[in-house]
Design a protein around this ligand. Structure first.
Ligand code: SAM
Length: 280
């Protein structure tokens, strides 16, 4: 890992020199604690031959840690001023800066292809960014992201948990995720008013490769749109009536009286597969 990680004095000085006033809209809370950077890089399980994708490098705190740990770093930054300034802070030849919105990038934008996603994500768009990148980048083998603690809890929740919901199931479609610790507000500038959480994930083959992801996600969205209802009722709109929903659920081996919050991603995939077979 690079020795020269950014501390509080360096972050303030850099921001002042660049004329950066952090904005809430872009989730700009910059890390100024070298220990947290080391912790993130170590917890990410990076290999020296990995190609890291960092969303939102900001002033370069985490980027400096990443360039010391992997073969290549792609840094995607939406703020043009920060993207333009990054190469002066992180002078590594194996860094590529992409001045772009992470929600719009495609696999063809990256050479070499990213293998690990490591990011202190902008909190307001963290879930859509992660899901969009996992959909676009099949070369990813895993990653570690920092998000708001409540979001970390949701992303890593399993069936039966109160916070298990759409983000948990959709992330589980792509990867196995687990909590990797809590991070206090004091390590950021400006100081956010929430705790942060680390989520480590390992990509895996989707539970049912022959079922289209969008078909499975449509079932998930319908089931959780009315999470207190039984699946028979919650899936009625999606299936074309409660009786048709019941037929599909029975064919998938799932009780029509169950609720979405008790199903695994594999069971959601089984419902989509049964619906496809029965022409729903
Ligand atoms: N990685 C830096 C750090 O740890 O100090 C900054 C993290 S800050 C929480 C989030 C960063 O994401 C900001 O630099 C912000 O400009 C950038 N950002 C926000 N929305 C983005 C998007 N849609 N695509 C790419 N970058 C984005």
């Amino acid at each position: 890992m690079a020795d020269a990680l950014l501390g509080p004095a360096e972050i303030r000085e850099l921001a002042a020199r660049l004329g950066v006033a952090p904005t809430k809209k872009l989730g700009q809370n910059f890390l100024h604690d070298p220990n947290t950077i080391r912790r993130i890089v170590n917890a990410a399980g990076l290999r020296p031959d990995d190609v890291a994708l960092e969303v939102g490098p900001g002033l370069g705190s985490l980027t400096l840690g990443l360039v010391g740990a992997v073969a290549h770093v792609h840094a995607v930054e939406i703020d043009p001023k920060l993207a333009a300034a990054l190469p002066a802070t992180v002078t590594a030849p194996h860094l590529t800066v992409h001045p772009a919105d992470a929600m719009r990038v495609k696999a063809a934008d990256f050479d070499p292809a990213p293998t690990m996603l490591v990011a202190n994500l902008p909190y307001n768009v963290a879930v859509p960014v992660v899901l969009s990148l996992l959909a676009e980048l099949p070369t990813l083998r895993g990653g570690l992201v920092m998000v708001q603690k409540e979001v970390a809890d949701r992303l890593t929740a399993g069936p039966g948990s109160k916070v298990y919901g759409v983000p948990s199931v959709k992330l589980a479609w792509y990867a196995e995720a687990k909590p990797a610790g809590k991070v206090p507000p004091a390590v950021f500038w400006p100081v956010p008013n929430v705790d942060s959480g680390l989520v480590a994930f390992t990509c895996r083959t989707p539970p049912m490769g022959d079922i289209d992801r969008s078909q499975v996600f449509a079932v998930v969205d319908a089931a959780f749109a009315q999470r207190r209802k039984t699946l028979r009722a919650a899936l009625a709109g999606w299936a074309g009536g409660p009786d048709r929903a019941e037929k599909v659920l029975v064919a998938a081996g799932i009780s029509p009286q169950a609720r979405g919050e008790s199903l695994t991603v594999g069971q959601f995939a089984a419902i989509a597969a049964a619906a496809k077979l029965s022409g729903v």
